[in-house]
Design a protein around this ligand. Structure first.
Ligand SMILES: NC(=O)c1ccc[n+]([C@@H]2O[C@H](COP(=O)([O-])OP(=O)(O)OC[C@H]3O[C@@H](n4cnc5c(N)ncnc54)[C@H](OP(=O)(O)O)[C@@H]3O)[C@@H](O)[C@H]2O)c1
Length: 219
């Protein structure tokens, strides 16, 4: 399956794109600017010359033609970006990875977006799509370092079980990452807000920890 990453030219979008491409998944990096998307692809290919990376660049409109989409814009642009490609979204799984955060001094503070979470706001903005919340806790630097495994748990929230399964299969395609069924989209508010806690821990401990839950046998 091909993945379109809208707003994929930032650190997190590029990191997710290159990680997925490193396991052979076709990814189209989308941007408001076709040239920026091409530049992002060239940058990633130049950084990892020894890897066959099935990456392409396109504007967000073209990238949105992929059957499975990720929105990797800043949180306050996620819904408007989804709306800008709404004609391509009917029935499609759209993965929201955005965290609404403000940096206040040495701390990250969670903001409460309209409707409580970015994911629910996107779902309300493009109701014909099937929004899944996932990937919030994977730091771009570690995710993009494809010479090392990216391990951790990915909390996956969705109202549509088939959509959650599709997104979870994408998580499972990345070795050492484990998708966990984290319930409906109403839990996205907690998942997104928890990122403020995690980033604060990473600042204080000078590390890049992600989430790993203990006590779950199945994977
Ligand atoms: N950084 C991390 O470690 C991390 C970890 C987990 C989740 N996240 C989440 O991932 C998302 C992306 O993070 P990031 O640090 O990569 O973000 P970013 O660099 O600030 O933005 C990503 C891309 O979004 C596009 N964009 C910016 N403003 C926009 C607007 N007003 N409308 C439409 N597109 C716009 C830009 O692409 P073009 O100019 O090319 O269109 C930009 O390169 C965020 O929502 C963040 O909460 C980040």
């Amino acid at each position: 399956v091909q993945i379109g990453v809208l707003g994929g030219t930032g650190p997190e979008g590029k990191a997710l794109a290159v990680r997925l491409a490193s396991v052979g998944i076709d990814v189209v990096i989308g941007s408001r600017s076709h040239d920026r998307a091409i530049a992002a692809v060239e940058e990633l290919k130049a950084k990892w010359p020894d890897h066959e990376l099935p990456l392409k660049g396109a504007d967000n409109q073209d990238a949105a033609q992929a059957p499975l989409l990720v929105i990797a814009t800043p949180w306050d642009a996620a819904a408007s970006t989804a709306l800008s490609v709404a004609e391509h979204l009917d029935g499609k799984v759209v993965i929201s990875i955005a965290n609404a955060l403000a940096r206040v001094g040495d701390e990250f503070q969670a903001l409460i977006p309209a409707r409580g979470s970015v994911a629910v706001h996107v779902q309300a903005t493009v109701p014909a799509s099937r929004v899944v919340a996932a990937f919030h806790h994977l730091p771009a630097r570690a995710l993009g370092a494809i010479d090392r495994p990216m391990d951790g748990d990915v909390l996956v929230c969705a109202d549509d079980d088939a959509a959650r399964a599709e997104a979870s299969a994408l998580v499972s395609a990345i070795p050492a990452l484990r998708p966990l069924d984290a319930g409906t989209l109403s839990n996205a508010s907690a998942v997104e807000a928890f990122t403020a806690v995690l980033l604060g821990i990473n600042l204080r401990y000078k590390t890049r920890a992600t989430v790993r839950l203990t006590g779950i046998e199945a994977d």
